[in-house]
Write a protein that binds this ligand. Structure first.
Ligand SMILES: C[S@@+](CC[C@H](N)C(=O)[O-])C[C@H]1O[C@@H](n2cnc3c(N)ncnc32)[C@H](O)[C@@H]1O
Length: 239
Protein backbone atom coordinates (compact mmCIF):
# COMPACT_ATOMS: atom_id res chain seq x y z
CA UNK A 1 0.00 0.00 0.00
CA UNK A 2 2.81 2.40 0.88
CA UNK A 3 4.28 2.41 -2.64
CA UNK A 4 0.90 3.03 -4.22
CA UNK A 5 0.25 5.96 -1.88
CA UNK A 6 3.72 7.38 -2.52
CA UNK A 7 3.25 7.17 -6.30
CA UNK A 8 -0.22 8.73 -6.08
CA UNK A 9 1.01 11.63 -3.93
CA UNK A 10 3.83 12.22 -6.38
CA UNK A 11 1.36 12.29 -9.27
CA UNK A 12 -0.71 14.85 -7.35
CA UNK A 13 2.43 16.92 -6.75
CA UNK A 14 2.21 16.58 -2.97
CA UNK A 15 5.62 16.34 -1.25
CA UNK A 16 5.30 13.63 1.38
CA UNK A 17 8.40 12.87 3.38
CA UNK A 18 7.13 10.26 5.82
CA UNK A 19 3.43 10.83 5.08
CA UNK A 20 3.00 7.80 2.81
CA UNK A 21 4.27 5.52 5.60
CA UNK A 22 1.91 7.13 8.16
CA UNK A 23 -1.06 6.81 5.78
CA UNK A 24 -0.16 3.20 5.09
CA UNK A 25 -0.06 2.45 8.84
CA UNK A 26 -3.46 4.15 9.19
CA UNK A 27 -4.73 1.92 6.35
CA UNK A 28 -3.49 -1.20 8.14
CA UNK A 29 -5.25 -0.15 11.34
CA UNK A 30 -8.43 0.52 9.35
CA UNK A 31 -8.39 -2.87 7.60
CA UNK A 32 -7.64 -4.67 10.87
CA UNK A 33 -10.39 -2.94 12.88
CA UNK A 34 -12.87 -3.34 10.05
CA UNK A 35 -12.85 -7.08 10.72
CA UNK A 36 -14.70 -6.46 13.98
CA UNK A 37 -16.34 -3.03 13.44
CA UNK A 38 -18.12 -1.57 10.44
CA UNK A 39 -15.81 1.26 9.36
CA UNK A 40 -15.59 0.97 5.58
CA UNK A 41 -16.89 -1.06 2.64
CA UNK A 42 -13.46 -0.69 0.99
CA UNK A 43 -11.07 -3.28 2.40
CA UNK A 44 -8.62 -4.20 -0.36
CA UNK A 45 -5.29 -2.38 0.34
CA UNK A 46 -4.86 -0.85 -3.14
CA UNK A 47 -8.44 0.36 -3.06
CA UNK A 48 -7.97 1.82 0.40
CA UNK A 49 -4.95 3.68 -1.00
CA UNK A 50 -6.88 4.99 -4.02
CA UNK A 51 -10.44 5.53 -2.86
CA UNK A 52 -9.68 6.73 0.65
CA UNK A 53 -6.21 8.25 0.90
CA UNK A 54 -5.59 9.59 -2.61
CA UNK A 55 -9.20 10.72 -2.99
CA UNK A 56 -8.82 12.80 0.19
CA UNK A 57 -5.29 13.97 -0.69
CA UNK A 58 -6.59 15.37 -3.98
CA UNK A 59 -8.41 18.08 -1.99
CA UNK A 60 -5.02 19.70 -1.33
CA UNK A 61 -4.35 20.34 -5.00
CA UNK A 62 -7.57 20.67 -6.94
CA UNK A 63 -8.30 24.04 -8.41
CA UNK A 64 -4.66 24.51 -9.45
CA UNK A 65 -3.69 28.12 -8.82
CA UNK A 66 -7.03 28.73 -7.13
CA UNK A 67 -6.64 25.70 -4.83
CA UNK A 68 -7.81 26.21 -1.25
CA UNK A 69 -4.88 26.71 1.12
CA UNK A 70 -4.89 24.40 4.16
CA UNK A 71 -1.77 25.77 5.80
CA UNK A 72 -2.32 26.92 9.41
CA UNK A 73 -6.09 26.63 8.95
CA UNK A 74 -8.73 25.19 11.29
CA UNK A 75 -10.83 22.43 9.74
CA UNK A 76 -13.86 20.47 10.92
CA UNK A 77 -14.71 17.20 9.16
CA UNK A 78 -18.44 16.55 9.57
CA UNK A 79 -19.58 12.90 9.56
CA UNK A 80 -15.96 11.82 9.41
CA UNK A 81 -16.65 8.08 9.92
CA UNK A 82 -13.24 6.41 9.83
CA UNK A 83 -11.56 9.83 9.47
CA UNK A 84 -12.24 10.82 5.85
CA UNK A 85 -11.27 13.24 4.50
CA UNK A 86 -9.99 15.00 7.65
CA UNK A 87 -7.30 12.68 8.93
CA UNK A 88 -5.37 12.15 5.66
CA UNK A 89 -5.44 15.94 5.19
CA UNK A 90 -3.90 16.46 8.65
CA UNK A 91 -1.23 13.83 7.97
CA UNK A 92 -0.32 15.59 4.72
CA UNK A 93 -0.57 19.13 6.14
CA UNK A 94 0.66 19.00 9.77
CA UNK A 95 -0.08 22.71 10.37
CA UNK A 96 -3.81 21.98 10.08
CA UNK A 97 -5.81 22.31 13.30
CA UNK A 98 -8.22 19.39 12.90
CA UNK A 99 -11.57 18.52 14.47
CA UNK A 100 -13.20 15.21 13.53
CA UNK A 101 -16.91 14.95 14.30
CA UNK A 102 -19.23 11.97 14.07
CA UNK A 103 -22.48 10.88 15.67
CA UNK A 104 -21.34 7.28 16.12
CA UNK A 105 -19.47 6.90 19.42
CA UNK A 106 -17.64 3.67 18.55
CA UNK A 107 -16.08 5.25 15.47
CA UNK A 108 -14.98 8.31 17.44
CA UNK A 109 -13.37 6.12 20.12
CA UNK A 110 -11.49 4.23 17.40
CA UNK A 111 -10.37 7.53 15.84
CA UNK A 112 -8.94 8.61 19.21
CA UNK A 113 -6.95 5.35 19.34
CA UNK A 114 -5.71 5.83 15.77
CA UNK A 115 -4.65 9.43 16.39
CA UNK A 116 -2.68 8.46 19.44
CA UNK A 117 -1.21 5.41 17.62
CA UNK A 118 -0.05 7.68 14.78
CA UNK A 119 1.27 10.37 17.14
CA UNK A 120 -1.39 12.93 16.18
CA UNK A 121 -2.24 13.91 19.75
CA UNK A 122 -3.64 17.36 18.94
CA UNK A 123 -6.55 16.13 16.78
CA UNK A 124 -9.92 16.78 18.47
CA UNK A 125 -12.32 13.84 18.09
CA UNK A 126 -15.90 14.81 18.92
CA UNK A 127 -18.81 12.46 19.41
CA UNK A 128 -21.87 14.57 18.55
CA UNK A 129 -24.59 15.19 16.03
CA UNK A 130 -23.45 17.97 13.70
CA UNK A 131 -26.70 19.91 13.91
CA UNK A 132 -26.55 19.94 17.73
CA UNK A 133 -22.84 20.74 18.17
CA UNK A 134 -23.14 23.75 15.84
CA UNK A 135 -25.54 25.38 18.31
CA UNK A 136 -22.95 25.40 21.12
CA UNK A 137 -20.98 28.53 21.97
CA UNK A 138 -17.66 28.71 20.16
CA UNK A 139 -18.62 26.39 17.32
CA UNK A 140 -20.63 28.68 15.01
CA UNK A 141 -18.86 30.68 12.32
CA UNK A 142 -15.65 29.36 13.87
CA UNK A 143 -13.69 27.25 11.34
CA UNK A 144 -11.72 28.24 8.25
CA UNK A 145 -12.79 25.07 6.46
CA UNK A 146 -15.52 22.44 6.83
CA UNK A 147 -15.32 19.21 4.85
CA UNK A 148 -17.74 16.34 4.35
CA UNK A 149 -17.78 13.19 2.22
CA UNK A 150 -20.59 10.65 1.75
CA UNK A 151 -22.81 11.97 4.54
CA UNK A 152 -26.03 13.38 3.02
CA UNK A 153 -27.67 15.08 0.07
CA UNK A 154 -26.26 18.58 -0.41
CA UNK A 155 -29.51 20.27 0.61
CA UNK A 156 -29.30 18.62 4.03
CA UNK A 157 -25.53 18.63 4.21
CA UNK A 158 -25.22 22.41 3.84
CA UNK A 159 -27.36 22.93 6.93
CA UNK A 160 -25.09 20.53 8.86
CA UNK A 161 -21.82 22.07 7.68
CA UNK A 162 -22.12 25.74 6.67
CA UNK A 163 -22.96 27.01 10.20
CA UNK A 164 -19.45 25.96 11.34
CA UNK A 165 -17.62 28.02 8.72
CA UNK A 166 -16.44 31.55 9.47
CA UNK A 167 -17.10 34.36 7.01
CA UNK A 168 -14.40 34.16 4.33
CA UNK A 169 -13.96 30.42 4.93
CA UNK A 170 -15.15 27.53 2.77
CA UNK A 171 -17.18 24.36 2.95
CA UNK A 172 -15.76 21.63 0.70
CA UNK A 173 -18.43 19.07 -0.19
CA UNK A 174 -16.97 15.90 -1.73
CA UNK A 175 -19.47 14.56 -4.24
CA UNK A 176 -19.80 12.43 -7.34
CA UNK A 177 -19.70 14.08 -10.77
CA UNK A 178 -23.44 13.58 -11.26
CA UNK A 179 -24.40 16.03 -8.51
CA UNK A 180 -25.67 18.85 -10.78
CA UNK A 181 -29.28 18.40 -9.77
CA UNK A 182 -28.35 18.13 -6.08
CA UNK A 183 -26.37 21.33 -6.39
CA UNK A 184 -29.10 23.33 -8.07
CA UNK A 185 -31.67 22.09 -5.53
CA UNK A 186 -29.38 23.28 -2.72
CA UNK A 187 -28.98 26.80 -4.13
CA UNK A 188 -31.67 28.50 -2.07
CA UNK A 189 -30.52 26.87 1.17
CA UNK A 190 -26.87 27.77 0.57
CA UNK A 191 -27.82 31.42 0.17
CA UNK A 192 -30.05 31.38 3.24
CA UNK A 193 -27.26 29.86 5.37
CA UNK A 194 -24.81 32.58 4.32
CA UNK A 195 -23.02 30.74 1.53
CA UNK A 196 -22.23 31.11 -2.15
CA UNK A 197 -21.05 28.43 -4.58
CA UNK A 198 -17.57 29.47 -5.63
CA UNK A 199 -16.50 26.52 -7.82
CA UNK A 200 -17.01 22.85 -8.60
CA UNK A 201 -13.79 21.02 -9.43
CA UNK A 202 -13.67 17.57 -11.00
CA UNK A 203 -10.56 15.48 -10.34
CA UNK A 204 -9.40 12.00 -11.27
CA UNK A 205 -7.77 9.91 -8.56
CA UNK A 206 -4.20 9.14 -9.76
CA UNK A 207 -3.68 5.63 -11.12
CA UNK A 208 -7.46 5.13 -11.58
CA UNK A 209 -10.24 6.21 -13.91
CA UNK A 210 -12.37 7.33 -10.96
CA UNK A 211 -13.46 10.96 -11.21
CA UNK A 212 -15.04 12.80 -8.29
CA UNK A 213 -16.10 16.39 -7.67
CA UNK A 214 -15.56 18.85 -4.89
CA UNK A 215 -18.03 21.68 -4.55
CA UNK A 216 -16.46 24.78 -2.98
CA UNK A 217 -18.98 26.87 -1.06
CA UNK A 218 -17.73 30.16 0.33
CA UNK A 219 -19.18 31.64 3.51
CA UNK A 220 -20.14 35.21 2.72
CA UNK A 221 -22.20 36.13 5.79
CA UNK A 222 -22.85 34.61 9.23
CA UNK A 223 -25.46 31.83 9.36
CA UNK A 224 -28.69 33.34 10.72
CA UNK A 225 -29.91 32.28 14.17
CA UNK A 226 -32.30 29.37 14.07
CA UNK A 227 -29.99 27.22 11.88
CA UNK A 228 -29.19 24.40 11.93
CA UNK A 229 -32.64 23.13 12.83
CA UNK A 230 -33.34 19.79 14.47
CA UNK A 231 -32.58 16.75 12.31
CA UNK A 232 -36.23 15.75 11.93
CA UNK A 233 -37.00 19.23 10.59
CA UNK A 234 -33.95 19.29 8.28
CA UNK A 235 -35.08 16.02 6.75
CA UNK A 236 -38.75 16.83 6.58
CA UNK A 237 -38.40 20.33 5.15
CA UNK A 238 -34.99 20.75 3.45
CA UNK A 239 -34.11 24.36 2.70
C1 LIG B 1 -21.13 6.88 4.97
S1 LIG B 1 -20.26 7.47 6.35
C2 LIG B 1 -19.00 8.42 5.57
C3 LIG B 1 -17.79 8.54 6.44
C4 LIG B 1 -16.61 9.32 5.83
N1 LIG B 1 -16.93 10.73 5.70
C5 LIG B 1 -16.15 8.73 4.53
O1 LIG B 1 -16.22 9.41 3.50
O2 LIG B 1 -15.71 7.57 4.51
C6 LIG B 1 -21.33 8.72 7.04
C7 LIG B 1 -20.93 9.13 8.46
O3 LIG B 1 -21.66 10.30 8.81
C8 LIG B 1 -22.07 10.20 10.16
N2 LIG B 1 -23.24 11.08 10.33
C9 LIG B 1 -24.42 11.02 9.68
N3 LIG B 1 -25.24 12.00 10.08
C10 LIG B 1 -24.55 12.73 11.01
C11 LIG B 1 -24.86 13.88 11.81
N4 LIG B 1 -26.03 14.48 11.72
N5 LIG B 1 -23.92 14.35 12.64
C12 LIG B 1 -22.70 13.74 12.74
N6 LIG B 1 -22.36 12.64 12.02
C13 LIG B 1 -23.27 12.14 11.17
C14 LIG B 1 -22.34 8.70 10.36
O4 LIG B 1 -22.26 8.32 11.71
C15 LIG B 1 -21.26 8.07 9.50
O5 LIG B 1 -20.10 7.77 10.25
Amino acid sequence: MVERIRAGLEALGIPSPGAAATLSRYGELLIEKNKVMNLTAITEPDQVADLHFLDCAALLTIGGERAVSFRDKSLIDVGTGAGFPGLPLRILEPSLSLTLLDSLGKRVTWLEEVCSGLGLEDVRCIHARAEEQALLKGWRDAFDIATSRAVADLRLLCELCLPYVKVGGVFLAMKSTDCDQELSAAGRGIQLLGGRVQAAWDYTIPGTDVTHRVVVIEKTSPTPRGYPRRWAKIQKAPL
